[in-house]
Design a protein around this ligand. Structure first.
Ligand code: ADP
Length: 372
C-alpha cells in the first residue's frame, strides 16, 4: 500500500515538530510542513497530499478556514483542523468548510491516528458517492438523449413513409380505374412512380436500420483487402446507371493503391454511395461530379466535388447529425440520415471527413482514411 502523504500547516514550530514526530511514529509520511496559507497552497498543488492537517489560526491574509475552503473546492483533499481553543464563532465558520475532523491541542497520538483514519475513510466514501452520482447523471442524460432521438425517428420516419405511400396509393388507384383507356407510355409513368416510391421506402428503412446500429455502437467493422480502383469505378457506374439524368461521375486517380490496403467494404460503400448520390442529387442543374481518389503515405483521400446548390456556411457544422438538412434543399427529397451514417462509417475506419461549400457554387466533401 502507498504511504499516506500528509501536509502539515502549523505556525507554532514546537507544535509542528511534535506533530511531525507523532505522525512519523504512526507510519504516515509528512510530505511538507509549512506555516502560512500561501506556502500551503503551493505545496498542495505540488505534492497533492492525501490529507491536510491545518491550524485554524494562521498568520497572513488567509486563515486556516479560508484556506480549507479553497483546498476543498479546488483540490477535493480532506482537511482536519488543529486548534487549541475554540470560540463558537470560529467553530461555526470552520463548520461551513465541512472539515473532516478537529484535533485539539495538545495532541494525543491515538486521537491523531483515529481522526486521520476516519477522515480518510469518509473521504473515500464521499468520493465513491460522487462518482456514482456522476455516473447516474450521465446515464440520465443518455436516456434523455435516446428518448429525444427515438421521438425524432418516429416523427421523421412516419412523415417520410407517408409521401411514397400516398404516391403508391394514387398511382395504383389510377391504374386500376383508368388503365384500360391509357396508352402504354402513360401506364409506364405510373409504374415508374410506384417503383421509385418503393425504392425510397427501402432506402429509408436501410438508413434507419444502419443509423440505429451505428448509434448503439453495433456497427460491424471487418476490414478486408479491397481493390480500390475497381471498387470505386463500379460504385461510380452504379450511381450513374441508377440516376435518371445524364450526369456523369468523372474519376481521377492519383498516387498509388497497394492491393493489400484493407477497408470494411460495406462501410466504404455507404460512405461513397451517400456522398456521390448527394453530389448528383444536390446538382439539379445537371452538372457532372468529380470523384478524385488519391493514394499516398498510408492513407487514401476521397474528394467528391460538385457544382450544385451548395450549403449555407452557418449550417455546415451540424449536417453530420441525424436528421439535419440544410435550409436551401427546397423540394429535393431526403431524410438527413446519409451524412450521419457516413460520419459513423468514417469514424469506424479511424478516418476524418470535412466539407467545404459555397452556396450556389458547389460543395466538396473530403474523406481521409488511414490504410494499413
Ligand atoms: P439527405 O437525405 O437530406 O440528403 P444527408 O444526411 O445525406 O441527408 O445530407 C444532409 C444534408 O446536407 C442534406 O439535406 C443537404 O442539405 C446537405 N448536403 C449534403 N450533401 C450535399 C451536397 N453535395 N450539396 C449540397 N448540400 C448537401
Amino acid at each position: 500500500m502507498e504511504p499516506i502523504k500528509i501536509l502539515v500547516v502549523e505556525d507554532e514550530p514546537i507544535t509542528a515538530r511534535d506533530l511531525n514526530q507523532s505522525l512519523k511514529s504512526l507510519g504516515y509520511t509528512v510530505s511538507a510542513t509549512v506555516d502560512c496559507a500561501e506556502d500551503a497552497l503551493e505545496e498542495v498543488s505540488k505534492i497533492q497530499p492525501d490529507l491536510v492537517l491545518m491550524d485554524i489560526i494562521l498568520k497572513g491574509t488567509l486563515d486556516g478556514i479560508n484556506l480549507a475552503n479553497i483546498i476543498r473546492q479546488l483540490y477535493n483533499i480532506p482537511v482536519i483542523f488543529l486548534t487549541a481553543y475554540s470560540d463558537e464563532e470560529t467553530l461555526q465558520r470552520a463548520g461551513i468548510t465541512e472539515p473532516f475532523g478537529y484535533l485539539l491541542k495538545p495532541f494525543d497520538e491515538r486521537e491523531i491516528h483515529s481522526s486521520i483514519q476516519i477522515a480518510l475513510r469518509r473521504h473515500q466514501v464521499e468520493q465513491k458517492m460522487r462518482e456514482n452520482l456522476e455516473i447516474s447523471e450521465a446515464l440520465r442524460q443518455e436516456a434523455e438523449r435516446l428518448a429525444e432521438v427515438k421521438s425524432r425517428y418516429i416523427s421523421m420516419t412516419s412523415h417520410e413513409f407517408r409521401t411514397p405511400m400516398t404516391t403508391i396509393q394514387g398511382s395504383t388507384e389510377l391504374l386500376q380505374y383508368y388503365s384500360h383507356r391509357w396508352t402504354d407510355e402513360k401506364k409506364l409513368i405510373h409504374y415508374q412512380r410506384i417503383k421509385d416510391a418503393v425504392k425510397r421506402m427501402t432506402n429509408l428503412l436501410d438508413e434507419v436500420l444502419m443509423i440505429g446500429k451505428a448509434e448503439s455502437g453495433k456497427l460491424p467493422f471487418n476490414p478486408q483487402p479491397v481493390n480500390l480502383v475497381i471498387f470505386c469505378q463500379n460504385l461510380a457506374e452504379e450511381q450513374e446507371l441508377g440516376n435518371r439524368t445524364d450526369q456523369r461521375i468523372r474519376i481521377t486517380l492519383r498516387g498509388y493503391f497497394p492491393e493489400g490496403w484493407r477497408f470494411d467494404e460495406n462501410l466504404l460503400r455507404h460512405i461513397l454511395t451517400n456522398l456521390l448520390s448527394n453530389a448528383i442529387k444536390y446538382s439539379p442543374n445537371g452538372e457532372d461530379v468529380n470523384f478524385i481518389i488519391t493514394g499516398k503515405d498510408n492513407q487514401v483521400v476521397f474528394e467528391i466535388q460538385d457544382r450544385g446548390i451548395g450549403i449555407p456556411a452557418e449550417e455546415l457544422d451540424q449536417l453530420f447529425e441525424s436528421f439535419e438538412r440544410a435550409t436551401n434543399v427546397g423540394s429535393i427529397p431526403g431524410t438527413g440520415l446519409g451524412l450521419a451514417i457516413v460520419k459513423k462509417c468514417v469514424d469506424a475506419h479511424g478516418g476524418t471527413i470535412s466539407v467545404e461549400s459555397i452556396q450556389d457554387v458547389g460543395t466538396t466533401f473530403t474523406v481521409r482514411l488511414p490504410c494499413k
